[in-house]
Design a protein around this ligand. Structure first.
Ligand code: CTP
Ligand code: CA
Length: 262
């Protein structure tokens, strides 16, 4: 276990962290949201900066001060979070999805405040939001497949380079540094029951490398400085993180990410 700031094992790495909870507008004054303070995501961003990483923090409705040294992108809705995370992920070595993303949003948003009347209110119809973590996993899987077949670039190159401007060897060179990006994808899951079985199924469904599973309840997780979790790995392993500060959990996550990047 390392102490934050004692090691530069993420120097030269670009990591993306999402934090907070998305808000899906019902009307100009109301939303559907998630209970998330952003504390765990901010701890991840701070510890990654301390370990030398270039950090993009995509923050959804967080009221905490910006962590020094991180680039902060503020968003509100799941669709805005998706756009910001996917854009940053193109250049990232690792993406950690600590944000609580609203699974559903209202089909329609009222442009004016919904008023009370003598009748009962209309129901709010919901539609599914995009699953950002699953999309990251699926995109990388497809790129790995294309790269293995030797007929496509390993990832979409930054504008002006690679696919359009360059030749096939650009893609090969970039992929040669460890394969399609992001090389490490980390999800979070809060579960109330069958914690490990649900976590294992979720990791596989989403195609991520690591899944940090929190047990919700007993004053853990939401809005508290402490957290306890089990990190599941794609190879079937698990690492237990005892109850402690969110910074400690963050450092264990970065230990595992750094190992996978090495
Ligand atoms: N996540 C995401 N996009 C979504 C929903 C979730 O990227 N639309 C990410 C979260 O940031 C988290 C992980 O997926 O890292 C797991 O979120 P969770 O809500 O536990 O998983 P779901 O697939 O939404 O399953 P459910 O809520 O039904 O348990
Ligand atoms: Ca969910």
């Amino acid at each position: 276990r390392v102490l934050a700031g004692r090691r530069d094992d993420l120097a030269g790495r670009h990591v993306v962290v999402s934090a907070g909870g998305t808000r899906e507008a019902i009307d100009p004054v109301r939303f559907i949201g998630n209970r998330s303070s952003g504390l765990q995501g901010y701890a991840l961003a701070r510890t990654a900066v301390a370990r030398g990483a270039e950090v993009t923090l995509v923050a959804a409705n967080v009221t905490l001060p910006d962590p020094a040294g991180a680039k902060v992108v503020r968003v509100e809705s799941a669709r805005q979070l998706r756009d910001a995370v996917l854009a940053a992920a193109e250049h990232a070595d690792a993406v950690v999805m600590a944000a609580a993303v609203a699974d559903f949003r209202p089909v329609r948003q009222s442009e004016t405040k919904i008023k009370k009347s003598s009748a009962e209110p209309d129901p709010i119809h919901l539609v599914k939001n995009p699953d950002i973590l699953a999309e990251l996993g699926e995109t990388r899987r497809a790129r790995r497949e294309a790269y293995a077949a030797g007929d496509a670039p390993a990832h979409d190159a930054p504008a002006g380079r690679g696919r359009d401007a360059g030749n096939g060897s650009d893609a090969a060179r970039e992929a040669g540094a460890g394969g399609p990006r992001p090389r490490v994808i980390v999800g979070f899951a809060a579960e109330t029951d069958d914690v490990l079985a649900n976590g294992r199924a979720k990791l596989e469904r989403k195609g991520c490398d690591l899944l940090v599973v929190n047990q919700v309840g007993e004053n853990l997780a939401f809005g508290t400085p402490d957290n306890a979790a089990v990190v599941l790995t794609a190879e079937g392993g698990s690492v237990e993180i005892p109850r402690g500060p969110k910074e400690d959990l963050a450092d264990v996550v970065w230990d595992l990410v750094a190992q996978r990047l090495a």
